[in-house]
Design a protein. Structure first.
Length: 314
């Protein structure tokens, strides 16, 4: 594969490896709600991003127009705040099985959208890869069904609606983020990630008010653990992970970018096996094989394809 393609895929794998750790965070701070953990994560993301961007703040701001700030606000809500609120409620009300199945369709949705881009590989050619992705996600759902009790039908309905909301929210972010970065070749992937973090941190202040409105009866140790988890997730998954994702977005066509989301699911599975101290079941092994096959097939189809017209600034 050509260098931009190899580098882009490597960035996508790295982003997935870091994002997958997010699914362990609730287990580390069981006394806090998902909304509180989300607010803590993005507040920490904003603070870290602001500290890193401070020395070059004037230079960064001079590269942006008003429309770019509006785009950052929309992307911060869609890809961070709104997405994780939807996802948290989907898991809580409908269960991880339904949430993983619906949100796990993200690679398919993004790839289908990307197939409409100028010069993109035809959807018919991508169909086998997409089919493998759907099979892999379906097998994960089957495995989760055997582990989770059914919930009340009202909760299930609301949870399913939230899962579809998360799916739509992150799909809008992935597409919008790639297209906006295409207009800013003079801005590095890392700088764009920092700016997104600063805006998301400001938006997280609005989420923190209702999230922490209810008094919490936690001791000092619990709060220290919460701060450590929030800061750790913000640094690894948000600051570094998003920078890798932006690097992939700059080098890969959207039809392949969609498949990169699969690595978040794959690494989340691996981390969950390590956390639970068990080996994957045969169904889970089949799911992993199908997902890896989907990415490999898609990458082979893009061998020789032209990278995005903009060149990376980093």
């Amino acid at each position: 594969m050509e260098r931009p393609l190899v580098t882009g895929v490597a960035c996508g794998v790295a982003a997935g490896a870091l994002w997958g750790m997010v699914f362990l965070a609730p287990n580390l701070v069981p006394g806090f709600s998902a909304a509180q953990l989300s607010a803590g994560r993005y507040l920490a993301y904003g603070v870290i991003a602001l500290l890193l961007a401070a020395p070059r703040w004037r230079a960064l701001v001079s590269k942006l127009e008003r429309s770019d700030w509006i785009a950052l606000a929309r992307l911060g809500l869609a890809g961070n705040i709104v997405y994780y609120i939807f996802l948290a409620y989907a898991v809580r009300l409908a269960g991880a099985m339904a949430a993983s199945f619906i949100v796990g369709l993200l690679p398919v949705i993004i790839t289908i959208i990307g197939s409409r881009e100028r010069g993109a590989i035809r959807l018919g050619t991508l169909a086998p890869s997409l089919a493998l992705a759907v099979i892999g996600v379906g097998l994960i759902a089957v495995s989760a069904t055997r582990r989770e009790p059914a919930s009340d039908w009202r909760d299930q309905a609301i949870g399913l609606a939230c899962a579809f909301g998360a799916l739509a929210s992150w799909a809008l972010f992935a597409v919008g983020n790639a297209r906006r970065m295409a207009r800013l070749p003079h801005l590095s992937s890392n700088d764009w990630s920092l700016l997104l973090g600063i805006v998301s941190g400001a938006e997280a202040l609005l989420l923190a008010v209702p999230a922490f409105a209810v008094p919490l009866h936690q001791d000092g140790e619990a709060w220290l653990r919460f701060a450590a988890v929030s800061g750790g997730v913000a640094l690894t998954a948000s600051v570094i992970g998003n920078a890798f994702w932006n690097g992939a977005s700059r080098r890969l066509p959207m039809t392949l970018m969609g498949q990169m989301v699969i690595f978040e699911t794959l690494f989340a599975l691996v981390y969950s096996f390590l956390w639970e101290g068990r080996w994957p079941t045969m169904t889970e092994i089949a799911a992993i094989a199908a997902l890896i096959g989907a990415v490999t097939w898609c990458a082979r189809l893009h061998r020789g394809a032209q990278p995005p017209s903009h060149m990376p600034a980093d």
